[in-house]
Design a protein. Structure first.
Length: 368
């Protein structure tokens, strides 16, 4: 197994900076996901490691070897792309074994390697078929097999599931995770899908505008986001943000005009910030009875549901707080529908508090 290191890596395309001094240490055997919006630099980081792009500044290491000047063919890296790029005139076996054949591996050894790889991926019965005879999921397995058969030090996967339907994506996501666990190969997986990132990764690198926003386990990033961008990008449905203005040391005014008191420790963490944003997850907002009594640090308000989305056993409802729309996750059996008059509540002790000016997290929600 092999570790990976990005050391103060910078990349310009012409005068445009696309990677802005990134440092990353990826442990041997880890599955790390690069996640972020389109254009954030995640695929460029992958291509730099593969040798398909050259870093403007900084160093890249695979294991203890600096690979900046090592040709791509000598880095022992295997890539799986969004486009399967299978040879249409070749069988599955020929597609998987093509790289070995090019490297001069003997027929017997090549056949053994292809057969073993096909068995690992559960496609041994497809070896005589051509790509046009395969489903999307089967083609993706063949593309993975072509990478796996080389026994690389590192797997690089660039949005490999984006062409599949939702059900098949979920299935393949599970298969990729199980395969990586079984092989223990250090893997970097690129996606813009935060659900894939949260479910696949040992650790996640959240990127935006060429900068590393935060690097850590899915749980750590979800519970203690470094800034508003990370909090908003991870979690489905997305976190609610409410603008609030401080009134005195502990009180804040919410978008509907109500004043609430922050817990002492949370107020102290705000330092001199006069305008903040409160981040509260949809699952932390509750529908409460009309006779409920508000507690210390509790926000509650009467409102009317503007939209209800049924998601099977759960539903998402949308309701305003002043000029802000709040998303709430509830059980669908509650029967709350569009136009329902309800009362919502959340506890400020469960909220993340962010600086309004630069989005940094001033006070993450404490563990319950």
């Amino acid at each position: 197994m092999t570790s990976i290191k990005y050391e103060r890596v910078i990349k310009f395309f012409g005068d445009l900076p696309v990677i802005k001094e990134i440092d990353l240490d990826i442990g041997s055997g880890e599955l790390v996901v690069f996640v972020g919006p389109s254009g954030c630099g995640k695929t460029t980081l992958l291509r730099l490691l593969a040798g398909l792009e050259e870093a403007t500044c900084g160093n890249l290491y695979i294991g203890k070897t600096q690979v900046n000047d090592v040709p791509p063919k000598d880095r022992n890296i295997a890539m799986v792309f969004q486009n399967y790029a299978l040879f249409p005139h070749m069988t599955v076996a020929e597609n998987i074994g093509f790289g070995l054949k090019v490297r001069g591996v003997g027929k017997v050894e090549c056949l053994q390697a292809v057969t073993k790889t096909a068995e690992i991926l559960g496609i041994e019965m497809l070896l005589d078929r051509q790509p046009r005879m395969l489903s999307g999921g089967q083609r993706q397995r063949v593309a993975m097999g072509r990478a796996l058969v080389r026994n690389p030090d590192v797997f690089l996967m660039d949005e490999p599931l984006s062409n599949l339907d939702a059900k098949l994506r979920t299935q393949m996501r599970v298969e990729i995770r199980k395969l990586q666990r079984r092989l223990g190969t250090t893997t970097i997986y690129v996606t813009h899908d935060q659900v894939e990132a949260m479910t696949l990764a040992d650790r996640i690198a959240v990127l935006n505008d060429g900068k590393l926003q935060q690097f850590g386990t899915p749980t750590a990033l979800y519970k203690s986001p470094a800034n508003k961008f990370v909090a908003g990008f991870l979690g489905s449905p997305s976190i609610n943000f409410l603008r609030a203005e401080r009134v005195g040391e502990r009180e804040v005014t919410l978008p509907d005009g109500q004043r609430v008191s922050l817990p002492v420790d949370r107020a102290e963490a705000l330092s001199g910030a006069q305008v903040i944003e409160i981040g509260i997850r949809p699952e932390q907002v509750e529908v409460v009875g009309a006779d409920s009594v508000s507690g210390h640090g509790t926000v509650d308000w009467p409102t009317t549901v503007t939209l209800s989305e049924i998601l099977g056993g759960e539903a998402l409802i949308y309701a305003p707080l002043g000029d802000h729309d709040v998303t709430v996750k509830v059980a669908s059996r509650n029967g709350i529908s569009e136009g329902s008059n309800i009362r919502l509540s959340f506890d400020l002790r469960q909220a993340h508090l962010f600086a309004f000016d630069d989005g940094r997290c001033l006070s993450p929600a404490p563990d319950p």
